[in-house]
Structures are given as structure tokens and as C-alpha cells.
Design a protein around this ligand. Structure first.
Ligand code: FAD
Length: 532
């Protein structure tokens, strides 16, 4: 099934807004219903050029002359236009197709990807690898060069190998996360990567963006799971990952992880896998303040025991109930509700019980109050529902968007305040005062991520309003010592700040790598690095 072209996921799972939320939006943020939510798919036209005949024939041949391996129809091009950030959704709803690909190619093998790259070089076409299409940072909208081909990897969706002795599996890039989990589960294993985009995003996309899932405290980030990668580039094939760890020079895997399609197309990923847990248990803990809760998370991250899921909502997010999408709006009556933490454990019965008891002692010692299983189970049940809610908010005339960063523990309070203030000040200045909420959902021994959700009225020009607010937040992040992205990646949206974070020499080194692997600059121009 294809994802909804102008929103999130499966249209049958659309989540209407509860009346409490509609009331809150009106009373707190002055949100007014919008008359025309979206253009109709069949009415949208594309002004950018389609593929020329010679290129079309050559691409068809590169793809084994299979019917359906190359799509040039308007609907397919629209479905591969940009990703799923809120500005992306608003633009496509407004029938803005300026970033549409000229065609969509659907390879079935590494060799076909290489063949497509050769045709692109010959016909001066740019190429954008397309996994689940869930990028929220402009990673699918190249700049500075047209036309381009979207390389949709959905038919590269097999498990190539499983080695139960070493506990590793080699997966093709187009497998969506649930498909990968189903294949692994047949052998009693799990990957343990559960980002909020889980149902749609792909293995290749996770590697290309250094994704991080909701159970990262227990299973690690996706880049920590990767043991090997194969990359198809215009200059040939790069294979990495001969052993779990190696002292043989710099680790090339780290150069390919997070390369966002700018260095090549990831055609296979070897990952470490774990036994499917016998038991899963999620619970809630309350803290008097975000500072107190943050200190408790730090203690667990530094001294253990480490839960599998560890997240903490700030006061506003707790009040609104965003930590548990199915309970949104129900907490506003309980003023002074403090901050809710969700703490989850997965593993064997024995290990889970042991870690739970030890974590409870630490959390209690840090001022936490056990809130029972219900908040945790409710979070687990509704964990993939929030993106559906965003669609409903947009239709109700509200604007909702997220951004994320990370920093060392000592900088976290300053970073939190700086970003929240930047978003609040800029959007208020625009005439759309926001609600800014935040949570910590990825913890490390030395620091953590911060994930902000902003909701406001749409106002006259929501994309422009958000762009200003996001730029202000980006400046605040760099000034407060955070990284421009913890897991959403760079894309085009973060590129100018990433260039400052990496520094001139760092960027020059990455450019040199790109020039060697992609001398004509075909791959994702303007994504990650400025286009030449
Ligand atoms: C509602 C929502 C929730 C999200 N939640 C999370 C979350 O919890 N954690 C998280 O980490 N991210 C999250 N994201 C961001 C996004 O899902 C991730 O970045 C994800 O890893 C992208 O995977 P994808 O398959 O959709 O890739 P795409 O969006 O298709 O591509 C992302 C980038 O990678 C490149 N790319 C894709 N496949 C390949 C390949 N095989 N080889 C080379 N380059 C490739 C693309 O060209 C693009 O630049 C969320 C996004 C949304 C919309």
C-alpha cells in the first residue's frame, strides 16, 4: 500500500480530533477552521519537465525492460515529491509540485542500481534514493539541478542472509521496518528499531539518516546496529563491514551512515539482531519538574540499570497529554501534573524483573512517584498515532511541527530554554503564539536528545512563519552547544547549520569524498552538502 499522498500513513486510520482538543485550539491558540484543506490529487498538474525519450528508453533497459519499473505518470511523480515534514504537506496540499521528479525508477537489484546510475551520468540526470519517503528535513528535494529521478527501492525488500550464530542479518534497503521485523521474527529475532515512522520508513532510510528509535536506551540507535553496508556509486561498489570491530584504519561504515544518498545508494545493510523479548512492560513515573526528571534519567543512563525505553515529557507536554496520543487533552484539568516519564523494559522474564526493581529504586530515590502501568501501556499502544493527529490538526486550521537536537547533560537545561524561547518569541512575533512542548527520548551516558513539538494557529503563511521560527531555533541550538540534528538528519533544511557545525575543513573533506564517489554530482545535489 502507498502512504497517503498529502498526509500520513493509511487513510483508513485517520484520527479525528477529540472535542476537548478543538476547544483547546480555539481558546488557547485562536485556531480558526480552514476553508480548503487540500487540492485534489487528480486535479494537480506538474510544470517541471518529464523525461526525454532517449533517457526513458535507456532507463527502461537498465531496469530489465520490465513493465512498471519506470513510472512517469503524474500521480507517481506527485507521490515522490518531497517528504513528510509539515511544510512538505502544506506545499503538496497547495498543489506545489516544483520539487517533483521527472520519473520514478524501481530497481530490483544492486546491479540494476549501478545500471541506473550509469544512465543518469550519461543523460545528466540527478538521482534521489527514495525509501519510505518519510524525510522531515528536505532530504528528498534536491536543489540546484533538474530534472531528477526518484529511485524508489521498494522492490529491494528481501532478507539476503541470517547468521543466527553471530546474530547478524543482511537486509535489502527497501524493506519497511515491520517487514524486516516479520522476516526476523520467523527466526526468533528482532532488530529493536522502533522510530515513530516505524510503519513506513525503510532499512536503507534508517542507515542513510542515522535514525534513532523509541527503544534506543535498550537496543541503541540504528547506526549502532549496523555492522556492514554496500553502497552503489557512479564510480562502482563500496563494501564495508568484514568484522564487528576492526583497527584497520578509519571505519568507512561511519562515513556511509548518515550520508543521506549524497555518496551513493545503500543496497544492503548488515545489522546485529537480538532474540525476540519474552516480555515487554511499560510503566509511568511522575516527577515534580522537568529538571528533577532529567536528573533521574541521567542517573539511569550513567549508572544503570538501563531500561529499554526511557522518555520524559516536560510540564507542557505532560499537561496536554501528548506523551499518550490517545489521552490528548484529558490532562488539562489536572494542573500541576508535573512531568510524566515512560519507562519500559524488554527482555527475558528474569532480566526484566531484575532491571525493573533496580530502576524503581533509583527513580524513587530521585524523587519519582510510580504512576502504575497504565501511562506506559497507553503510550505503547498509541505510539504510532501522533502523525495521524498532525493531519487532523492541519485540517482544523492548526500548525504542528517538531524539531530535535542533542547535547551533553551539562548543556541540556540551557539548550532546552534557548530553543523553547526562540520558537515562542518568533511565532508570537508572527501573530501565531504557540504551545511549545518537549521531551527527552534518547539518553546516553554523556547526554541526551531534546524533541520539541510546536502547535499554533496556521496564520496567513504557515510555511513562511515556520521557516522563520525554525531558523531562530537552529541559531539557538548552535549557540547553546547542541547539534543541529540528533536523528532527523541534515537534508536541505539543516544543511547551512550543519556546514557551520562541521566547519570548513570538515566540509571540504566530505566534499572530497563526494567528488571521488560521485564526480558529476548526480546524487542528491544540495542534500547534506551544498550543491556545486
Ligand atoms: C511522523 C514522523 C515520525 C518520525 N519519527 C522518527 C523517529 O522516531 N526517529 C527517527 O530517526 N526519524 C524519525 N522520522 C524521520 C524519518 O522517518 C527518518 O529519517 C527515516 O530514517 C527515513 O527513512 P525513509 O525510509 O522514509 O527514508 P526517506 O525519507 O525515503 O529518505 C531519507 C533520506 O535518505 C536517503 N535514502 C533513503 N534510502 C536510501 C538508500 N537506500 N541509500 C541511500 N540513501 C537513501 C534519501 O535520499 C533521503 O535523503 C520521522 C518522520 C516522520 C514523518
Amino acid at each position: 500500500m502507498d502512504m497517503l499522498w498529502n498526509g500520513w500513513g493509511d487513510p483508513a486510520r485517520a484520527t479525528p480530533l477529540p472535542d476537548t482538543v478543538t476547544g483547546l485550539l480555539r481558546d488557547w491558540l485562536g485556531v480558526k477552521p480552514q476553508p480548503a484543506a487540500s487540492a485534489r490529487l487528480e486535479e494537480i498538474t506538474i510544470s517541471t519537465p518529464a523525461l526525454e525519450d532517449a533517457a526513458r528508453h535507456a532507463l527502461h533497459a537498465a531496469l530489465g525492460d520490465r513493465a512498471e519499473s519506470l513510472r512517469t505518470d503524474t500521480e507517481s511523480r506527485i507521490r515522490h515529491t518531497r517528504g513528510k515534514s509539515t511544510p512538505d504537506l502544506l506545499r503538496i496540499r497547495a498543489a506545489d509540485t516544483t520539487d517533483a521528479p521527472a520519473a520514478v525508477a524501481l530497481p530490483q537489484s544492486h546491479d540494476e542500481v549501478l545500471a541506473v546510475l550509469r544512465v543518469c551520468a550519461e543523460h545528466r540526470l540527478a538521482l534521489v534514493p527514495f525509501g519510505g519517503g518519510t524525510s522531515v528535513v528536505g532530504g528528498l528535494a534536491p536543489t540546484g539541478r533538474a530534472p531528477f529521478i526518484a529511485l524508489d527501492l521498494r522492490y529491494m525488500n528481501r532478507m539476503l542472509d541470517l547468521d543466527p550464530v553471530s546474530r547478524i542479518a543482511t537486509l535489502q534497503p527497501g524493506l519497511r521496518a515491520p517487514e524486516a521485523e516479520a522476516l526476523l521474527a520467523e527466526h526468533g529475532f528482532t532488530l529493536g528499531h522502533f522510530p515513530q515512522s516505524y510503519e513506513w520508513a525503510t532499512i536503507g532510510g534508517f542507515a542513510a539518516t542515522r535514525s534513532s528509535g523509541q527503544a534506543s536506551a535498550g537496543y541503541g540507535r540504528f547506526d549502532e546496529m549496523v555492522l556492514g553496508l554496500t553502497l552503489a556509486t557512479p564510480e562502482g561498489t563500496l563494501d564495508t563491514g568484514r568484522a564487528p570491530r576492526s583497527a584497520a584504519g578509519p571505519d568507512l561504515r561511519q562515513l556511509l551512515l548518515g550520508s543521506e544518498g549524497a555518496f551513493g545508494v545503500i543496497t544492503s545493510v548488515t545489522v546485529r539482531i537480538r532474540p525476540v523479548p519474552q516480555t515487554r512492560r511499560y510503566e509511568g513515573w511522575r516527577f515534580a519538574s522537568f529538571d528533577e526528571g532529567t536528573a533521574a534519567l541521567r542517573r539511569l543512563a550513567q549508572d544503570g540499570p538501563r531500561p529499554t525505553v526511557l522518555r520524559l515529557s516536560d510540564e507542557t507536554e505532560t499537561l496536554i497529554g501528548l506523551a499518550q496520543p490517545e489521552a490528548i487533552g484529558s490532562g488539562v484539568e489536572q494542573h500541576g501534573a508535573g512531568c510524566l516519564a515512560v519507562v519500559g523494559f524488554e527482555g527475558t522474564e528474569q532480566d526484566t524483573a531484575r532491571r525493573r526493581a533496580a530502576a524503581a529504586a533509583v527513580l524513587t530515590d530521585c524523587g519519582g512517584e510510580f504512576a502504575g502501568d497504565e501511562p506506559g501501556e497507553r503510550w505503547a499502544h498509541g505510539r504510532y498515532a501522533a502523525p495521524y493527529l498532525r493531519d487532523s490538526l492541519l485540517e482544523a486550521g492548526a500548525f504542528a511541527e517538531t524539531l530535535e537536537t542533542a547535547a551533553y547533560w551539562s548543556r541540556l537545561p540551557g539548550l532546552y530554554a534557548a530553543v523553547r524561547d526562540a520558537l515562542t518569541a518568533t511565532l508570537t512575533d508572527n501573530g501565531t503564539p504557540p504551545l511549545v512542548m518537549c521531551h527527552i527520548s534518547h539518553v546516553y551516558e554523556n547526554g541526551a536528545s531534546l524533541y520539541f513539538t510546536t502547535v499554533s494557529a496556521q496564520g496567513a503563511d504557515p510555511v513562511e512563519h515556520w521557516t522563520r521560527a525554525k531558523h531562530a531555533a537552529n541559531e539557538a541550538i548552535l549557540a547553546a552547544g547542541g547539534t543541529i540534528t540528533h536523528h532527523h538528519a541534515v537534508g536541505t533544511d539543516h544543511r547551512d547549520w550543519y556546514v557551520r557545525e562541521a566547519g570548513d575543513l570538515g566540509v571540504a573533506a566530505l566534499r572530497a569524498v563526494k567528488r571521488r564517489l560521485d564526480p558529476d554530482g548526480l546524487l542528491n545535489p544540495g542534500v547534506l552538502l551544498p550543491a556545486d
